[in-house]
Design a protein around this ligand. Structure first.
Ligand SMILES: Cc1ncc(COP(=O)(O)O)c(C=O)c1O
Length: 356
């Protein structure tokens, strides 16, 4: 039985997209693949309104987070953490042997520019890493204010952004904010199956990577760009079927327009937040709620596993709280190609099951 996914990844994938993946295989060293990959790059730039370099890798989000660290970091990096994925990025830097420090806030809170500024002022940092949308807590960081502060006060510090669960649902202007590396993966607001991940890289970040020793092999931005500029291909074998899917989904997004896609996400978010406040409470700090998922404080002590099992019988699935927030919160994603009507259907189903 098909369960409609209201989980923050993998998200619901339209059947049309699923079918696109069953096209005949093509070689990745052919003109056909070059055309397909080039189209994906061009359309991604159009959707995101960016002139930065765009590279789609065959990887999950974690891989591309590691790639960003390997390519850019040759000194001290500051990780700003407000949940599990910020902490993961910090752990990745340490696992890569980097000189990494972290500042954190309590889960559920957003990390503010002032907190980051106070740490950067201590000096010696060459990069700062921020989770734009913390999927474990449903918090959206004030990325606009953070980027502005970093540029004004620390113009030489590179800004690395994990937008895994925000990109192509939520909106922030990558070029205007001067973000150096933004990473995301396919199975969240892009509404594709898992397996692809994108890095959006500024010119200065690309130049920087060329000077970083031991930047690794698989995620080497320089090698990726050289291959792209040579013949619109990738250095290693890409997940060709997923690129068919990406190409179709990008057409869909371009037709909807990113502006309307963002507005649709915001509309679903507002509906879900209002519903959650009516029956439970929100976990995220007021004013910093995620646009792509809502983390609901389980104020009624509902058994989330049982709720999900009952929802499953109605063909729907939500997420339990992440890690230590299990059963204390539950998460409802409103990302990708879901519509307001889907959110209303889910809310009604939960009300019926819990007799709210
Ligand atoms: C904000 C964020 N960063 C990173 C990741 C890790 O991505 P992946 O599971 O694709 O490796 C996730 C996954 O949920 C995420 O939500």
């Amino acid at each position: 039985m098909h369960k409609k996914l209201f989980i923050p990844g993998p998200t619901e994938v339209r059947q049309e997209i699923l079918k696109t993946q069953s096209k005949w295989m093509i070689g990745h060293r052919t003109k056909e693949f070059s055309e397909l990959y080039h189209n994906c790059i061009t359309k991604t730039k159009q959707v995101l309104n960016t002139n930065h370099h765009v590279m789609w890798f065959t990887s999950s989000g974690t891989g591309i987070m590691e790639g960003a660290i390997r390519n850019i970091v040759d000194g001290k990096i500051l990780h700003c953490t407000s949940g599990a994925f910020g902490e993961r990025w910090f752990n990745i830097s340490k696992a890569c042997g980097k000189d990494a420090a972290s500042i954190g806030v309590e889960w559920g809170k957003a990390i503010k520019p002032k907190t980051i500024e106070a740490e950067l002022e201590k000096g010696g940092y060459m990069a700062v890493a921020i989770t734009q949308n913390e999927t474990s807590t449903g918090v959206r960081q004030p990325i606009e204010e953070i980027a502005q502060m970093v540029h004004e006060k620390f113009p030489n510090v590179f800004i690395l952004v994990d937008a895994v669960s925000g990109l192509m649902g939520d909106w922030f202007d990558i070029d205007k904010l001067g973000l150096d590396v933004v990473v995301a993966s396919s199975q969240k607001a892009v509404a594709l199956p898992p397996g692809l991940a994108v890095a959006i890289v500024s010119e200065s970040a690309l130049e920087k990577c060329r000077t970083v020793p031991g930047r690794g092999y698989y995620f080497d931005y320089d090698a990726m760009m050289k291959r792209y500029e040579k013949n619109y291909q990738t250095p290693t074998t890409p997940a060709v079927s997923l690129f068919y899917a990406l190409d179709s989904e990008l057409d869909y997004i371009l037709e909807e327009t990113m502006k309307r896609r963002y507005e649709r996400h915001l509309e679903m978010a507002k509906f879900t937040r209002a519903w959650a406040k009516q029956h439970f409470a929100l976990f995220a700090e007021p004013g910093y709620e995620s646009v792509t998922l809502t983390s609901v404080k389980n104020t009624k002590g509902v058994n989330v596993n049982n709720l999900n099992a009952a929802l499953g019988e109605k063909g729907m699935q939500i997420s339990n709280g992440y890690g230590r927030l299990k059963e204390q919160t539950f998460r409802i994603a409103h990302m990708g190609d879901l519509m307001l009507a889907d959110m209303k259907e889910l809310a009604a189903a939960i009300e019926e099951i819990l007799k709210l």
